[in-house]
Design a protein around this ligand. Sequence first.
Ligand code: NAP
Ligand code: G4F
Length: 358
Amino acid sequence: MEGLLKVKNALVTGVTGQDGAYLTKYLLDKGYNVYGTYRRLSTPNFWRLRHLEIFEKLNLISCDLSDAGSIVEAIKISKPDEIYHMAAQSFVEASFETPVSTGDITGLSVTRILEALRQDGCNAKFYFAGTSEMFGETGPRTNERALNENDVFRPMSPYAAAKLYAYWITRIYREGYKMFTVNGILFNHESPLRGMEFVTRKIANEVAKIRVGLSRELKLGNLDAKRDWGYAPEYIEAIWLMLQNKVPKDFVIATGEAHSVREFVEKSFDVAKLNWQDYVKVDKRFLRPLDVPCLRGDYSLANRELGWKPKTKFIKLVEIMVKEEISRWERWLKGETFPWDAPNYPSEDRLLTRGHRM
Ligand code: NAP
Ligand code: G4F
């Protein structure tokens, strides 16, 4: 009886990010005791936790993924039943600028955590935030077919290579040490809490600024790339379900539809009742040395075994993101203040990238 009533402890790395924040809210709502790691920054970055009104409800632990001691400490403090490893250098473009630290933070950090768990004899279940980026070049070759758990990985960025290393380490610890470790292979998932550098949020934010008269153009890179974009809060449930599964197993989470960046642009301007061709310019600074042309996922295993399926598809997602951004800028113009990153986000105008030199 006592076992049934035990409150579970969850350790979530990267609670200041999009998924970490939504996941923390989801777990708190389920009655978990949540410990969240964040890294020390010169300017605190808790706006998402405040936006979701959970900042006061979780236990914060300072931890940097490059520092093994801080990971050991986080595990000691939290005594976790479940670990959700969400923290990473998660921006593909930045991984071309900082390939070594991306390898360390996004890849090696997983070994640091798993080794700490193994040495400690901790039985916590472990979730690793794997990604569709790992499929890389496999995407276009199977354009007509959605990718599933059995498809070959052919990474096309330092980020994807680091994630693929971590994916295998997660499997090796599962098979070698019989630990409950799983890889989520999540396709792109977006929301109004998405980081501003990612294309969907960048588009939604700039369209809203144009709509309210604060901007006149939107500069983008590859408009032809296609992605399978889902709604982040729904993907959080899939992550939780993976750790409740009887057996540790890897799952693809996706919507099953791929759309181009150009389509995302067109629909976003439609929501704002504007013509995209009057405002959009292609700027080579936002091109990557390599870019996965198309990613589309097959979530049927997750549907069969976890009972999960996506509810919010492409058009609805665009609407949610653009309408929220317009509402935020309108409130901001009226002088309202609320937890929100956009007004402090630096302009990309003088940004020099690998694409800049191409
Ligand atoms: P995100 O918003 O960029 O959040 C990343 C988190 O990692 C932030 O909390 C960040 O802290 C933290 N972090 C970065 N470097 C760190 C370091 N050296 N030490 C400690 N913490 C560090 O990413 P997300 O969209 O929520 O994605 C969550 C995870 O899922 C990531 O691992 C990502 O690669 C993976 N993923 C995401 C998607 C997607 O479409 N969103 C798809 C597949 C997989 P700061 O706030 O301080 O920067
Ligand atoms: O929004 P993105 O930067 O996301 P990307 O590269 O697909 O990665 C995201 O999804 C992955 C899952 O597949 C995650 F693992 C990863 O952590 C991250 O969350 O770019 C999407 C597409 C790319 O093809 C990019 O070249 O949009 C294209 N794009 C065109 N113009 C642009 C821009 N991307 C960005 N960020 N900025 C642009 O101006």
